[in-house]
Design a protein around this ligand. Structure first.
Ligand code: PBG
Length: 304
């Protein structure tokens, strides 16, 4: 009766990886228990997840071929576009498509490179194309994670202009330039080959700037905003909750997951209890939506 915060299956979003080049499921050393699926598994996986109680997935694709323009990200036959169609055909999962270029570019950056850096405005044009292509394939929501200035407005315009006025945008509004993304980059083969992402992701020291990033995204048309990573930024989640009247998602990222897994594998932490405590804390700080690689394991705890 006195418990103030509870996890619920409806809170959870499970990230899912599809790799076009695979013909069987593959595991990555730094992300124990997180599979990368071949496209041929998509229907089966969607059915299984939905019947186990997962409601929503966040899709990432690893293309067979990468190029400087990340053209695989907006191809009608791209890896994520194919995965979306298969998942839609076989389940009632809510399908959220991550919208970025770093998995698709050969240099690993989240946009078009020019003059030694990422060109914000050239990249916006690509994001518009990607948004249209993901919505055409049947995505129910898009989640831009590239941190280009003006991306939410540009994507809103691209969606509205292509008959997708009802597709919401979950904006990675305050995405910090974090070391906690390391294991994700192992899965997605998306570590930048030259320089880091400091020019477009946020300085971890800046909580006030995070509020202005969020405000700008809301003004541009974001329907849900996100704070990422989650546990090192609980203060940012809390502040966003008190300043804004909009749903807040928090992404417990790959490094947060990997730390718990590694400590548990060594017998240093109790995995089940640490997992539950980490997510309860993120929700207590103010997150309405929890994106986590633990989603299936949490469901098992909730039905105990
Ligand atoms: C793509 C993207 C990244 C993550 C989600 N979308 C990687 C990055 O910014 O390098 C990280 C997710 C995770 O670490 O779990 N821009």
């Amino acid at each position: 009766m006195l418990t103030e915060t509870r996890l619920h299956p409806d809170d959870l979003v499970l990230p899912l990886f599809f790799n076009e080049a695979l013909d069987s499921v593959r595991y990555t050393g730094s992300m124990p228990g997180v599979p990368t699926y071949p496209l041929s598994d998509a229907e089966k996986v969607a059915e299984r997840l939905h019947s186990s109680g997962i409601n929503a997935v966040l899709l990432f694709g690893i293309p067979g071929h990468k190029d400087p323009e990340g053209s695989g990200a907006y191809s009608a036959d791209g890896v994520v576009q194919k995965a979306i169609r298969k998942i839609e055909a076989s389940s009632d999962l809510l399908v959220i498509a991550d919208l970025c270029m770093c998995e698709y570019t050969d240099h690993g950056h989240c946009g078009i490179m020019s003059g030694g850096g990422v060109d914000n405005d050239l990249t916006l044009a690509q994001y518009g194309k990607i948004a249209k292509s993901l919505a055409d394939a049947g995505a129910h929501m898009v989640a831009p994670s590239g941190m280009m200035d003006g991306q939410v407005l540009r994507i809103r315009e691209a969606l509205d202009g292509s008959g997708h006025r009802d597709i919401p945008i979950m904006a990675y509004s305050s995405k910090f330039c974090s070391s906690f993304y390391g294991p994700f980059r192992d899965i997605a083969h998306s570590a930048p080959s030259v320089c880091g992402r400091e020019a477009y992701q946020m300085n971890p020291a800046n909580g006030r700037e995070a509020m202005s990033e969020i405000q700008r995204d809301i003004e541009e048309g974001a329907d849900i905003i996100m704070v990422k990573p989650a546990m090192p930024y609980l203060d940012v989640i809390r502040q966003a909750k008190s300043e804004f009247r909009i749903p807040i998602a928090a992404y417990q990222v790959s490094g947060e997951y990997a730390m718990i897994k590694a400590a548990a594998a060594n017998g240093w932490l109790d995995e089940r209890r640490t997992m539950m405590e980490s997510l309860i804390s993120i929700k207590r700080a103010g997150a309405d939506i929890l994106i986590t690689y633990f989603a299936e394991d949490i469901l098992k705890e909730l039905v105990r």
